[in-house]
Design a protein around this ligand. Structure first.
Ligand code: PLP
Length: 400
């Protein structure tokens, strides 16, 4: 996105501000569907939790995408955005049987990730087909908080428990219509991914009525120069062929599914913040902005790198800065960053601010969450108003 457009948006809508470019979302969506165009039935289910503004969901609906959801509230957002329940898959972890039943009543595809709930659900609702989430125990993931395939992960039913799953299916008469895995964000390479898919193919063979295989996500996008990104075209080439062969072996055309979040929206987002203060200490120069871990927690929570640039002084001399927030604890966005000279009131831009940024924002320090703007077909729209003091007081009861 052009610097001047971003600066204009900051001027028009104030700061801090999230800006999303739907053109980038569309091109990423087309990239992944094109990579798998040799497979007859492909379904991309956008992972809602990455960025759940209803307008963004509507953009995905228009593109023909489905949705991957992890809570009944995300399911409800998806339905409100116009998705057919059939195009929504619900992949919760650690939720109650009651919530799963409520979602099933809405006509959404259920994906179960533990044996105890599988058994209870099968006993009560043998006629509702379910997908099972398998943990293939393939190590993938750059960070322990987002690695979900390893042996002691809480996600999925262990591949070693497939005999137990089969016993539950036989005893309850329930129907397994899909096999799923999601081995976590930051899959390092296509080979590791393909290794995990073999485990899923083997599992699928154990069940007679499979309609789809969902390979989850974890695709990597670059956050800085030199980052490895998942080569989706390469994965498409190898997995499409393998999938088509498997369908022949299995005896019917299955649907290949993915549920990317980061891949589809990360690079479409920009976070704009104003520099409140420049503080020169004996060891470093801090630029303090009108934001903090309440608005963008990834750097503090996951140690993520977000490229930061100074939109207001693109020709300024480059100097080294630590970019910090205004929260009353350490909230550092980046240290030792080489950035065009920063002055108070300059607008800084954080890249890759589409996925897990606004959706993880909070009101910590009783601050307002930022506004969100969507740039769509040449126009900019406010898609979430900046909060006000009423939002801080909403639901609080004054009792004394
Ligand atoms: C979060 C999540 C995703 C999306 O992961 P990305 O790394 O953003 O692509 C997909 N599937 C499930 C089940 C998830 O929980």
């Amino acid at each position: 996105m052009e610097n001047n457009l971003l600066l204009d948006l900051a001027k028009k809508h104030g700061s801090p501000l999230y800006v999303y470019d739907t053109e980038k979302i569309t091109s990423q969506y087309k990239r992944i569907t094109k990579a798998f165009s040799k497979v007859k039935n492909v379904k991309i289910n956008y992972a809602t939790k990455a960025l759940s503004n209803i307008n963004i969901l509507k953009v995905f609906n228009k593109l023909g995408s489905g949705l991957d959801t992890v809570s009944i509230q995300e399911v409800k957002l998806g339905l409100l955005a116009g998705f057919d329940p059939k195009d929504i898959i619900y992949t919760p972890n650690g939720v109650s049987l009651k919530e799963i039943e409520d979602v099933a009543k809405l006509g959404v595809q259920i994906n179960i990730d533990n044996l105890s709930i599988l058994e209870l659900f099968g006993q009560k609702h043998p006629n509702i087909p379910v997908c099972i989430r398998i943990n293939p125990h393939v190590m993938a993931g750059g960070n322990s908080k987002i690695s979900v395939g390893h042996i002691d992960s809480k996600f999925g039913i262990s591949i070693h428990q497939v005999p137990h799953i089969k016993r539950v299916v036989e005893n309850t008469g329930m129907n397994i219509n899909g096999i799923h895995m999601h081995t976590g964000s930051d899959i390092l390479d296509v080979d590791t991914f393909l290794m995990a898919t073999e485990i899923l193919f083997n599992t699928a063979k154990e069940f007679k009525n499979i309609e789809f295989i969902d390979f989850g996500s974890g695709f990597k996008v670059p956050y800085k120069e030199g980052d490895i990104a998942t080569n989706i075209e390469d994965l498409g080439k190898h997995l499409s062929k393998r999938f088509n062969d498997f369908c022949k072996e299995y005896g019917r055309d299955l649907t290949l599914m993915f549920e990317p979040g980061k891949f589809l929206v990360s690079q479409a987002g920009y976070f704009l913040a104003t520099v409140n203060v420049i503080k020169q200490t004996t060891s470093t120069v801090f630029a303090g902005i009108d934001s903090g871990l309440n608005h963008l927690i990834r750097p503090m929570f996951y140690n993520s790198y977000h490229f930061i640039e100074n939109l207001s002084n693109p020709k300024g001399r480059e100097r080294f800065y630590s970019i910090v927030g205004y929260i009353c604890e350490t909230d550092t966005f980046g240290t030792n960053r080489r950035i065009n000279e920063i002055r108070e009131d300059d607008i800084l831009c954080f890249h890759n601010a589409g996925a897990y940024c606004f959706s993880m924002a909070s009101n910590y320090n009783s601050r307002y969450r930022p506004a969100e703007v969507m740039v769509h077909e040449g126009k900019d729209y406010i898609i979430r108003k900046r909060e006000t003091f009423d939002d801080i007081m909403r639901n609080q009861e004054i009792v004394i």
